[in-house]
Design a protein around this ligand. Structure first.
Ligand code: GLN
Length: 538
């Protein structure tokens, strides 16, 4: 039977429920349990696909094309297993299902209410993953903070599940903050006591407390928390601030979070935890022999979460090259007027980020012209690739005012254009080209060398694409289409010869980079950039 763990958060938001959930899952996975993690988000949007990255950070896309919360990225990066549509559910989605059923007449004249109809739908969505028969343990992270109005139906569903399944099958891990008051030189337990009271009010006695803290928790403090919050002392787990999120599984192992969880779920703890590969990764991450500076040219740079998976991909690929990658965000709009040279002096390579709309486009195009001409390594993702195509059209093929029709619908040279199947689409939510598609690589190309094979599959999230009408013009001028979708013939990868590294991809490689499987294109980009830097110095 599948066991369920709910991770709730107390006191403040941003305590890192996603990382704690992923770390716990990692340890359980290392003990040979099949684990998946689900995120419940208490907002009314059906999914985060329509949310501005400034509001909510990056929108993470799964293999099966769900637009999801960025925490799913952490789950995949830690567990090295894919998530799916079922792994992220919002309040909007829950209500949509219930309201659709009501319209169908499925409730047979009953008054439709939060309890039981909304809570039943929440429970169904949680159990759906368990019923697949693929997982021993489902960890469900409840978004928001205990005490929020929006979280109440989720807590009520959790209360009911604990009653129905029994506490040994349905556990609550409560993540909370123990603030340090420097004036008093003391760690304070009161906010945690209050947040546990909130949970008790919802009918839930937490089983395990995971306490975020800047300073170690001493025995007395753990005793106090145990007494006031009614948990056993061994179940008060310290989660001290870590240098990198990738340290957290080891910290949780040391604190025996996995053992506590397994004991409470009445599961075997005998298997050994083998984190050798993980530790090797950390060793390389912390002891780099080289260093490079990559400019991340984007427009949401104030909020690093908007490019979360890109930053993490550089952590993975940097470690695999034993190279520290300093990612320096550069606002594309600044490059439109400012002296572009000054920005590039300290850089060894650039990545032009994905994005939507007109703002900052010309800055991205100027940056690409600079790195193409000055032979600085370039990696373009989605919009970044599209900008490289536009730049090449304008400056090499001399197609005056060539553009993507996303920016200029009237251009004489629509080198990037709306995909055929997108032309009739009017609604915004969930209607892009989403999820995983196959791509065939040209033998001998940069991409082929990076992947080491000729068939790959990568995740997408876009409406526009390379306009195949121009394919021969580009090829004859030196831009190579090295990756093509074998069914639709859409161009997926472009690259330039006679350049240390110039590659653009229509898909999102950053979504598939994990600790144990750093993405081959990021690995190749870091490697080429480092090589180029060392050559220039020599
Ligand atoms: N705006 C572009 C498109 O829709 C690129 C999207 C992206 O970078 N994810 O095609």
């Amino acid at each position: 039977m599948t066991k369920y763990i709910f991770v709730t958060g107390g006191v403040t938001s941003s305590l890192g429920k996603g990382i704690i959930s992923a770390s716990l899952a990692k340890l359980l996975q290392e003990r040979s349990y099949k684990v998946t993690i689900q995120k419940l988000d208490p907002y009314i949007n059906i999914d985060p696909g329509t949310l501005n990255p400034y509001e909510h950070g990056e929108c993470y896309v799964t293999e099966d094309g769900a637009e999801t919360d960025l925490d799913l990225g952490h789950y995949e990066r830690f567990l090295n297993t894919p998530t799916s549509q079922e792994n992220n559910v919002t309040t909007g989605r829950i209500y949509q299902t219930v309201i659709n059923k009501e319209r169908e007449g499925a409730y047979l004249g009953k008054t439709v209410q939060v309890i039981p109809h909304i809570t039943d739908e929440i429970k169904r969505r949680v159990m759906l993953l368990g019923k697949k028969g693929e997982f021993d343990i489902v960890i469900t992270e409840v978004g928001g903070t205990v005490g929020d109005i929006e979280s109440l139906p989720y807590l009520e569903a959790l209360r009911q599940l604990r009653r129905e399944l029994g506490v040994e099958n349905c556990l609550n891990v409560h993540l909370t903050l123990i603030p340090y008051l420097s004036a008093a030189k003391e760690l304070k337990t009161k906010p945690t006591q209050h947040s546990v009271k909130e949970l008790l009010q919802a009918g839930i006695q937490p089983d395990i407390l995971v306490c975020r803290t800047e300073k170690p928790l001493n025995k007395e403090l753990k005793q106090k928390l145990a007494l006031f919050c009614n948990v056993d002392q061994k179940s008060v787990i310290e989660a001290i601030d870590a240098k990198t999120i990738y340290d957290v599984p080891l910290l949780m192992l040391k604190e025996k979070l996995d053992i506590r969880v397994l004991k409470k779920l009445k599961l075997k703890t005998s298997q050994n935890v083998d984190l050798t590969a993980w530790k090797e990764f950390l060793g390389r991450l912390k002891n780099p022999t080289h260093e490079i500076n990559i400019g991340l040219i984007g427009k949401y740079n104030e909020l690093p979460d908007a490019y979360k998976s890109i930053y993490e991909s550089f952590v993975h690929s940097g470690a695999s090259n034993e190279c520290k990658v300093n990612v320096l965000p550069i606002h594309s709009e600044r490059l439109e007027s400012d002296d572009i040279e000054s920005y590039f002096k300290s850089l060894d390579g650039i990545l032009v980020a994905p994005g939507f709309g007109e703002r900052g486009i010309e800055g991205k195009i100027r940056a690409i012209k600079y790195v193409r001409e000055n032979k600085m390594p370039f990696f373009g993702i989605c919009l970044g690739m599209q900008c490289a195509v536009v730049e090449f059209a304008r400056n090499v093929l001399k197609m005056n005012k060539a553009a993507s029709t996303e920016v200029n619908a009237k251009t004489n040279y629509p080198v990037i254009d709306l995909m055929e199947e997108q032309k009739s689409i009017k609604t915004k939510g969930g209607t892009m080209r989403l999820g995983s598609y196959k791509c065939k690589l040209e033998k001998g190309s940069l991409a082929y060398k990076a992947y080491g094979r000729s068939e790959i599959s990568e995740r997408h999230r876009h409406r526009f694409e390379f306009n195949n009408k121009y394919i021969e013009d580009f090829k004859s001028a030196g831009m190579n289409m090295s990756g093509i979708n074998p069914i639709t013939e859409l161009v997926e990868i472009i690259e330039l010869r006679d350049h240390p590294f110039f590659l653009g991809v229509q898909f999102h490689p950053e979504l598939k980079s994990t600790v144990e499987r750093p993405h081959p294109l990021f690995v190749a980009f870091v490697k080429a950039t480092l090589k180029n830097k060392l050559n220039e110095k020599a």
